[in-house]
Design a protein around this ligand. Sequence first.
Ligand SMILES: O=C1O[C@H](COP(=O)(O)O)[C@@H](O)[C@H](O)[C@H]1O
Length: 238
Amino acid sequence: MAISNINLPEQVIGFSLNNPAQLAGELAVTVANALRSAIDARGVATLVVSGGRSPVAFFERLASQALDWSKVVVSLADERWVPVSHPDSNEGLVRRHLLQGEAARARFIGLYSAAASLDEAARLADQALAELPLPFDVLVLGMGEDGHTASLFPTSPNLEAALSPECPQRCLAMLAPTVPHQRLSLTLPMLEGARLSLLALQGQGKLATLADALAGEDAAQMPIRAFLRRSLEIYWCP
Ligand SMILES: O=C1O[C@H](COP(=O)(O)O)[C@@H](O)[C@H](O)[C@H]1O
């Protein structure tokens, strides 16, 4: 299957949408269907989402989907180490745009704490994540134009540990090259086993990054590569 002129490996399915509104709507329906199936099968559904600038429309469309939100547990793939009231907080974004209306009945497990250090915040987030049922039912990833996903940044200390399939930590401290630098990220063993993994991408720049990622193997250079080796659905629009 292909997105635009990029050939995808067989484990990766691509959907090309016309615009951001259509992408948000299609992604919201896909996620809601998967959450409903999980609730039917196991009585509870786990959803892990990403932050950044892109997901606002998707969150708002998802919040309006009819499902039993009281049976959904929501968490984050990563967090900027800033208070929830800060404009860069991923938790703040989720609270303002997803956990609204009926969706406010979902249980939310956040990663941020006002700990004494970033490492201590990662340790506390790691403990909080022990309550998240595994494997996740749905994981929604984003990707930066440097090939980072979650807060797994190419040059970050701790990246090698976070990308190790044997990493014992659920969450590690990471450093981004952009402000805010201090991040918390779920590690590969947490993220890779999701029953449904989705990657939402917008714009030609990210399509070019995807092509670069598919052309090489080294996940330390482009962490998104660790997810392109597994079953993944990519939703892209110009
Ligand atoms: O810093 C981050 O970047 C990625 C991509 O964000 P976007 O705004 O360019 O879509 C995001 O997936 C991650 O959660 C976020 O913390």
